[in-house]
Design a protein around this ligand. Structure first.
Ligand code: ACO
Length: 380
């Protein structure tokens, strides 16, 4: 079959869009690896900054590489006055994902121009974007609440510093650990919609600020990263565990999607969701259970009975929102947290795309007509 003969495949399902060595999934068994390392091992023994290095450089960092990387990131966390002013001017009722998207564009405008042929220049942009993304969200959150924008604390890791800049309270060890693991779990996931977006924009030789801003727009959608917010809204709407069976039946009968379930690739339980569920259990044991958590467990059970044989299982978004809400994080901040992690994957894909770049230019299957007659406006 030649390329011309290929039929249109909605969603490009199963069509390779790039050759990549960054992450790997076995959706039947439920395995996720970053650069050959199993996600369970990274969640238990690594941390987010180490994982960023792994994704970007292909191997785990040495102790001195890691400490140098951390120092460089910490040094770039504070946003310039121009970027803070731009974020303060954003409409406070807008979605924080739009704020990151616009914030990353503003960051690019305020940063040195990236020379794609110079490794040091590309590396500098990577560090700036990794460092600034959590600060952009925290600045937007504080500003929309009318609160003082807090300076970063260089002594804290990425997760703890983000919680500090967001809430003004230094998190305890368990909370910082839970968020750090959540960041590890969300850092990359092969050729999903936002990563594909990132690679398409990268292929035009646009700068990495534009690459990540565009990918944020893609991540925002409820069928992708935006699902974690919808999961919590859905659990709140259900009310309590007793209402789960009736609610689930009516959703299925009405052919409505149940948020936090199903995946294009996983046909078993998402390995990230298992890890998050364990963390949720620890967090809820420590801080006390909630109606939302009990409702979630009941929903998981009934979904297994009703749609498990169709390969519909909880995905990463099912437990992430529950965990973040227990930590007091506002619901519309869930997808932004996904973004402060996934930016690592987008940047790794940007670097990989640039190694052997060709601009994306797929074909379309034309479904229109030819020979249309142009009528003057008065005659239409
Ligand atoms: N609730 C109810 N039914 C579902 C769900 C769901 N969440 N997911 C899939 N199904 C149904 C489909 O409608 C389809 O039914 P059919 O055979 O009667 O046509 C069948 O199960 C098989 O669907 P798939 O082909 O496995 O799903 P697809 O690959 O088209 O979609 C998607 C995947 C978009 C993630 C879908 O499962 C969904 O919309 N889930 C809810 C939103 C969600 O949680 N998104 C987060 C994904 S993870 C992430 O992006 C980080």
């Amino acid at each position: 079959m030649t390329v011309q003969d290929h039929e249109y495949v909605p969603g490009l399902a199963g069509i390779p869009a790039a050759e990549s060595a960054i992450s790997w999934i076995d959706g039947q068994v439920g395995i996720l690896e970053y650069r050959g390392h199993r996600i369970e091992v990274l969640a238990e023994r690594s941390n987010f900054e180490e994982v960023c290095w792994l994704l970007l450089h292909g191997a785990l960092p040495t102790a001195s590489e890691l400490s140098g990387f951390r120092e460089r990131i910490a040094a770039h966390r504070a946003l310039s006055g121009e970027v803070v002013d731009a974020i303060r001017a954003f409409p406070p009722d807008g979605h924080p994902m739009a704020a990151i998207q616009a914030g990353l564009a503003a960051l690019g405008m305020a940063s040195p121009e990236v020379d794609l042929s110079d490794d040091a220049s590309c590396d500098d942009a990577v560090v700036r974007i990794l460092a600034a993304t959590p600060s952009i969200i925290a600045t937007f959150e504080r500003s929309r609440q009318g609160l003082e924008v807090l300076p970063p604390d260089p002594a804290l890791g990425r997760a703890a510093n983000f919680l500090w800049m967001l809430t003004g309270t230094k998190p305890d060890e368990l909370e910082a650990h839970v968020l750090d693991v959540a960041l590890v779990l969300h850092a990359d996931h092969t050729m999903n919609a936002s990563t594909f977006t990132a690679r398409v924009v990268a292929s035009t030789e646009a700068d990495p600020y534009s690459v990540c801003a565009a990918a944020c727009g893609s991540l925002k959608g409820p069928l992708h990263g935006g699902a974690n917010e919808r999961v919590l809204q859905q659990l709140e709407a259900i009310g309590d565990a007793d209402a789960v069976p009736g609610w689930t039946e009516s959703q299925i009968a009405g052919k409505r999607k149940i948020m936090g379930f199903g995946h294009r690739v996983y046909k078993t339980k998402d390995p990230r969701s298992k890890i998050l569920q364990d963390l949720a259990t620890r967090l809820f044991e420590r801080l006390g259970t909630t109606k939302i958590y009990d409702t979630a467990l009941a929903l998981e059970q009934i979904m297994l009975e009703r749609l498990g044989d169709k390969g519909i299982h909880p995905n990463v978004d099912f437990f992430s929102g529950i965990v973040y809400s227990k930590m007091g994080i506002p619901t519309d901040m869930f997808t932004p947290i996904f973004a402060i992690s996934r930016v690592a994957g987008w940047l790794a894909h940007w670097r990989e795309q640039m190694q052997d770049n060709r601009i994306f230019r797929p074909r379309q299957v034309f479904g229109g007509s030819h020979g249309a007659e142009f009528l003057d406006i008065a005659d239409r």
